[in-house]
Design a protein. Structure first.
Lengths: 296, 295
C-alpha cells in the first residue's frame, strides 16, 4: 500500500477524484468494513508532553470511508493519538511526537508541512460543544470564509448544505441570525459538526462528541455519522462502548501500561481490529476484561 | 430521628451559635457596605452642592479669568478643550499599543522571555507614581522641546499603557481555549484566530477597560504639572505651547485665597465628575452591546 512520496502541497489535497493506482475498487456491495484505501498510517508513534511520554509506539492504519473508534480507560492516550492526527497537539506547549504519521502517503510531521494545511483537510469536533459567540450562520460560514469564500449566494448554499448534513437545518432555518450560544447542548454539537463539514474536510476527527449529550441527541449524532460516512473518513474517541459497537467499523483498544520500577505510566495500543472481532472475540486478555466490563 | 406519624417535623432553624454567627456576619457586611458608600455619597453631594450653582454655558466655554474676579465672570473653557485634546492624544497612543501588547502577551509570547519581561515591566509601570511619570516626561521631552499638550499626553499615555495592557490581558485570558481550538481545527492561522474569534469574544471587556483607563487619565493632575503648565485662553494646538486641563485648573484655583477662584474649582470638579460618569455609562453600553452574542 506504499504510495510514492509526493510533493507535500499536492499530497495534502484530498485525492478523492484521483484514479486509484492499485487494484480498482470492487464494484459488488461489500460489508460496511470493506478495506478502503489507507488514510492514516501510524508507525511507532510516541507522544510526549514535555518529558512525560503519554503514548508509546502506536502503529495502526485507518481506512477510507470507515468509522474507526478509539476506546480505553481514562489516561490511556486515545485523545492524544487523535489530536496527533491533525496536529492539534502543536498548540500544547511542550508537546511533541516521535515516529511517523502518514496521511494519504504524506508525512504529517515532515519538514515544511503546515499544520494549517493539515487541519483544512482533517477537521475536528471536540468533547464539549464550542460554538463561536457568533450567529448560527456565521458559525457555519466561518470555515469557508477563512478559506476565501465571500460570495453570499455560495455561502448561503454551503450553510444550508452543512446544516442539513448535520441534521440541524429544520430546527434552526428560521433563526440563522440568532446566537450559536443559545442552542441546546445537542444542537450546539451538531452546529459544531456542521461547521466542520462546511470546509469539506477529508477526515473528521471526533473527540468524545456525545459525552455531554443526552441519549436522544447522541442517537441523532450517531445517525448523522452513519449518513456522512460515505463521503468522509471518521475517527471517534469514545468512552461509551455501546456507541463503538453501534457506529464503528473498526475499533482500537488503548490501555495504560504501568512501569512499577520507574513508577511511570504510558498509553499503549493493545489491540486493533474490526469492531465485531474486538467485542466478540478479543485476542488480548486486557481487551476482553475491558469490553466485558470487568475493569475500567 | 424518625418522623412520628401525625406529628409535624420541626423544620425550623435551631437557635444557637450557628444562628448567631449568621447574624453577626450579616451585620458586618451591611456595616462595611455603608462605610464604603458614605464617603462616596458625601463626595458626590458636596461636589454637586457647591458646583451646581456656578455651572452655566458661559462657565463651560468662557476663558479663564484672573483669580481675583468673582465666580459669575469667566469660566473654564480652555481647560475643557485642553483636557479633550490631551486625553484624546493619550488615548490614541496608549490604547492601540496596550491592546497590541496584551495580544502579544496572551496569544503570541507564550511563556517566552520577552513576554514575561513585558508582563513584568507593565506591572512595574502600574506602580510608578504619576508625578514621577510627569517628571520623566519633563526631563526627556519638555526640557528638549517645550511645554505642550502633547507632552502631557505622553505622560498620561505612559500612565494608561500598563492599565490597558493588564485589563486587556485579563479579558483575553477569559476567552475559553476550546474557542481557539475550534478555529484552529478549521484550518485558521493564528492571526485569523486572534482577529475573528479571540478579539470579538473579548472586545466588550477590552473597550470598557480602555474607557475606564481614559476616565482615570482625564482626572490626573500630577503628571500635567510639569508638562503643560496652565493657560487662560484656549490653545487649539496641542503640539505647541503650554496648555491647561480641568484637573490643573482645579488645583490652581482651589489653592487660591480668592472666593471666586474657589467657586470655579468646585464647578470644574463637578464638570470632571460628570465627564467620568459619562465614560462609565459609555463603558457599560459598549460592554452590553458587544456581548449580545455571548448570552
Amino acid at each position: 500500500m506504499e504510495q510514492p512520496e509526493q510533493d507535500i502541497a499536492t499530497s495534502l489535497q484530498p485525492p478523492k477524484t484521483a484514479a486509484e493506482p492499485q487494484a480498482p475498487p470492487v464494484p459488488e456491495p461489500q460489508e460496511s468494513w470493506g478495506e478502503g484505501r489507507d488514510v492514516f498510517n501510524a508507525e511507532k508513534v510516541s507522544c510526549y508532553y514535555g518529558a512525560f511520554r503519554a503514548v508509546t509506539d502506536v502503529s495502526l492504519t485507518i481506512y477510507e470511508n470507515e468509522i474507526t473508534a478509539f476506546i480505553g480507560p481514562s489516561g490511556c492516550g486515545k485523545t492524544t493519538v487523535l489530536r496527533t492526527l491533525n496536529r492539534m497537539n502543536d498548540l500544547v506547549p511542550g508537546a511533541h511526537v516521535e515516529g511517523d504519521v502518514r496521511y494519504r502517503g504524506a508525512s504529517l510531521y515532515g519538514k515544511g508541512v503546515s499544520p494549517i494545511a493539515v487541519r483544512r483537510n482533517i477537521g475536528m469536533v471536540f468533547q464539549k460543544p464550542n460554538p463561536f459567540p457568533k450567529s448560527i450562520y456565521d458559525n457555519v460560514a466561518y470555515g469557508p470564509r477563512i478559506n476565501g469564500e465571500h460570495k453570499k449566494s455560495k455561502l448561503d448554499e454551503i450553510v444550508e448544505r452543512s446544516l442539513r448534513q448535520a441534521a440541524l437545518w429544520d430546527e434552526v432555518k428560521d433563526r440563522l441570525k440568532a446566537s450559536g450560544l443559545g442552542l441546546s447542548g445537542g444542537q450546539a454539537q451538531r452546529l459544531c459538526i456542521a461547521r466542520t463539514l462546511a470546509v469539506e474536510p477529508d477526515v473528521v476527527l471526533m473527540d468524545e462528541p456525545c459525552s455531554a449529550l443526552d441519549p436522544i441527541a447522541t442517537s441523532a449524532i450517531e445517525d448523522l455519522m452513519r449518513d456522512i460516512k460515505a463521503r468522509y473518513t471518521i475517527v471517534i474517541v469514545t468512552h461509551n462502548m455501546q456507541q463503538a459497537t453501534r457506529v464503528s467499523d473498526r475499533t482500537a483498544f488503548f490501555s495504560v501500561l504501568r512501569n512499577e520500577e520507574s513508577d511511570t505510566r504510558t498509553g499503549v495500543l493493545v489491540e486493533y481490529g474490526r469492531t465485531q472481532q474486538i467485542f466478540e472475540d478479543p485476542k488480548d486478555s486486557r481487551t476482553e476484561a475491558y469490553v466485558t466490563g470487568q475493569v475500567g | 430521628m424518625a418522623v412520628m406519624t401525625g406529628q409535624q417535623p420541626n423544620l425550623r432553624e435551631p437557635a444557637g451559635w450557628r444562628r448567631t454567627k449568621n447574624r453577626i456576619a450579616t451585620v458586618l457586611m451591611v456595616v462595611s457596605f455603608v462605610l464604603v458608600v458614605i464617603p462616596l455619597v458625601f463626595v458626590l453631594i458636596t461636589v454637586v452642592a457647591r458646583g451646581i450653582s456656578i455651572i452655566s454655558w458661559q462657565f463651560l466655554t468662557a476663558d479663564i479669568p484672573p483669580q481675583v474676579v468673582p465666580a459669575d465672570v469667566g469660566g473654564i473653557g480652555p481647560a475643557i478643550v485642553g483636557t479633550i485634546e490631551i486625553v484624546a492624544l493619550a488615548t490614541i497612543m496608549a490604547v492601540p499599543l496596550g491592546i497590541l501588547g496584551a495580544i502579544y502577551l496572551n496569544e503570541y509570547g507564550g511563556r517566552g522571555v520577552l513576554a514575561r519581561l513585558i508582563g513584568f515591566m507593565a506591572d512595574v509601570m502600574t506602580g510608578v507614581p504619576s508625578i514621577v511619570m510627569g517628571l520623566f516626561i519633563f526631563s526627556i521631552w519638555v526640557l528638549h522641546f517645550q511645554f505642550s499638550g502633547f507632552a502631557g499626553a505622553l505622560a498620561l499615555g505612559c500612565l494608561m499603557l500598563p492599565v490597558v495592557i493588564r485589563s486587556t490581558d485579563e479579558m483575553l485570558k477569559l476567552v475559553p481555549n476550546p474557542l481557539r481550538e475550534g478555529s484552529y481545527a478549521l484550518g485558521a492561522t493564528k492571526a485569523r484566530v486572534t482577529m475573528t474569534v479571540v478579539l470579538p469574544a473579548a472586545i466588550g471587556g477590552i473597550v470598557s477597560g480602555a474607557l475606564l483607563a481614559v476616565a482615570r487619565a482625564a482626572g490626573e493632575t500630577a503628571p500635567l504639572l510639569f508638562t503643560i503648565l496652565t493657560v487662560t485662553t484656549v490653545n487649539r494646538n496641542p503640539f505647541s505651547g503650554p496648555n491647561t486641563s480641568i484637573p490643573s485648573q482645579i488645583f490652581a484655583n482651589a489653592t487660591s485665597p480668592y472666593v471666586g477662584a474657589q467657586d470655579r474649582a468646585w464647578g470644574a470638579s463637578l464638570t470632571l465628575v460628570v465627564i467620568a460618569f459619562l465614560f462609565m455609562i459609555a463603558a457599560r453600553i459598549v460592554t452590553a452591546r458587544f456581548t449580545r452574542y455571548s448570552r
